[in-house]
Design a protein around this ligand. Sequence first.
Ligand SMILES: [Fe+2]
Length: 125
Amino acid sequence: MPAELNHTIVHAEDPVASATFLTEVLGLDPPVPFGPFQVVVTGNGASLDFIDAGGEPFDSQHYSFLVTDDEYPVVRDRVLARGLDTWGDPGRTEPGGEYRHNGGTGFYFCGPSGHFLEIQTRPYL
Ligand SMILES: [Fe+2]
């Protein structure tokens, strides 16, 4: 069996807020506390384990989430309803835009801790 991504640790200023934000936007089950983590389990079983950065600076990371064509407008509406800035490109030169390539569509926005998030309907590969 090829190795599968199981989890990654995500630094946050407020792990509960960041994890809850993600589950609400994506329509996932609420975060599960596990030790110091707030665990968000995605549809393919890999989890993002949010942890308090303890006031230390941390780099913004990029996380992308694959959704169905039917889920896409729902997720996009949830993001827009929060009044968040969105972009159609990773360079953030297309405010409010959506990209269309690979036979799918997607867009970018920032989570509460500054991580750069993407919603896409087709995988790159
Ligand atoms: Fe990406």
